[in-house]
Design a protein around this ligand. Structure first.
Ligand SMILES: *Cc1c(COP(=O)(O)O)cnc(C)c1O
Length: 342
């Protein structure tokens, strides 16, 4: 099949309609077989719980083309488990792991002409979304659900290369509370953080670094990405807290850091520790690693990258992880699966 006629080297990181998406419905206690839908709009009851009470959760993953034109997906089983965990936490019906994986395989096959060519730096971004759709006006969980999955080809997050970003430690706005839903991938957490990101951007920073909401002593994460630092004595340190979303990228980087001989620590990380790091990064599927240029906290700024370049440890981690994702390095841990396209 011929690829879509797109300027692959230049596609932005934004939504573009593809050949269709899949929809599965849960009602009367069971999931249906799912259907392919060409149109990219959905029709919902005006009283659907997802619209009023935020009963929705999602995932995000990328499919890359390998050098033999294979469609490769990274740790899809972890996304399946995480979506199920998000659903459980806000009392939604879970998407079974097999249904999740099958849905993505079908979707990728359907949209295979939108998988960007190997070497373009672009990928096919997959967005699974689970919505409570019963018309209920009192606050209680839905009994019917819509699971949908769509894809969109996306260019690299940083088209001009890995550009270090400036973070602002935010003390007056919280993303998530200790007993809340910060550890699951629900839209409400993003709504809660919009003000903070907006404010940081207004002040000339790129993103926010949140502190724990209770004591404001420990680092949580950055808006849509986990945070990690490389200490001066060569450790990979990443915060542990029950209001952080467990990033699959971070989980993978910890394994690779250990392979590189770094000591890995996942523990509560005091905000003052930013002054003892030699490199810092934000990590997530969208950008893999976003190197941090500087962090500003309570009128003090620490700079890790004077020349706007990624540090050597972050660079090696980035290269190792992306080589595995692209099928160019040995996949020792069985992280990558090839999606059958015919
Ligand atoms: C999705 C997400 C991440 C990154 O997770 P990955 O699995 O690495 O993509 C980090 N923080 C938040 C809040 C997220 O929603």
């Amino acid at each position: 099949m011929e690829k879509a006629n797109l300027d692959w080297e230049k596609i932005p990181f934004s939504y573009k309609k593809t050949d269709g998406h899949l929809e599965y419905r849960f009602s009367d206690g069971k999931w249906d077989e799912g259907v392919v839908v060409k149109d990219d709009t959905i029709s919902l009851n005006i009283a659907a719980t997802c619209l009023h009470y935020g009963q929705e959760c999602f995932e995000g993953l990328k499919v890359f083309e390998g050098k033999d034109r294979q469609a490769l997906v990274f740790r899809i089983d972890e996304n399946a488990k995480r979506l199920a965990g998000s659903a459980r936490k806000i009392l939604m019906e879970e998407v079974p792991e097999k249904m999740f994986i099958d849905s993505i395989y079908k979707l990728v096959k359907l949209n295979r002409r939108f998988i960007p060519p190997h070497g373009s730096g672009a990928s096919l971004y997959i967005r699974p979304l689970l919505l409570g759709i019963s018309p209920i006006i009192g606050v209680k969980p839905s009994t019917e659900y819509l699971y949908l999955v769509f894809s969109t080809p996306v260019g690299p997050y940083f088209p001009t290369g890995l550009k270090p970003i400036k973070l602002l430690v935010e003390e007056s706005i919280d993303r998530a509370a200790p007993g809340g839903v910060g550890d699951v991938k629900v839209g409400g957490n993003y709504a809660a953080g919009l003000r903070a990101t907006h404010k940081a951007k207004d002040l000339g920073y790129n993103e926010v670094l949140y502190l724990d909401a209770k004591e404001k002593k420990y680092i949580d994460e950055s808006g849509p990405a986990n945070f990690f630092g490389i200490t001066k004595d060569g450790k990979y340190v990443t915060p542990d807290s029950n209001s952080i979303l467990p990033s699959i990228t971070n989980m993978s980087l910890r394994v690779l850091a250990e392979e590189m001989g770094l000591k890995v620590e996942k523990r509560p990380m005091r905000v003052e520790e930013i002054f003892n790091l030699k490199e810092a990064g934000c990590c997530g599927t969208a950008a893999v690693i976003t190197p941090v240029k500087s962090i500003t906290c309570r009128d003090k700024t620490v700079t890790y990258s004077e020349r706007d370049e990624i540090g050597p440890v972050c660079k090696e981690l980035y290269e190792k992880l992306t080589a595995i994702q692209l099928g160019l390095a040995e996949d020792k841990y069985g992280w990558v699966r090839e999606i059958p396209l015919d």
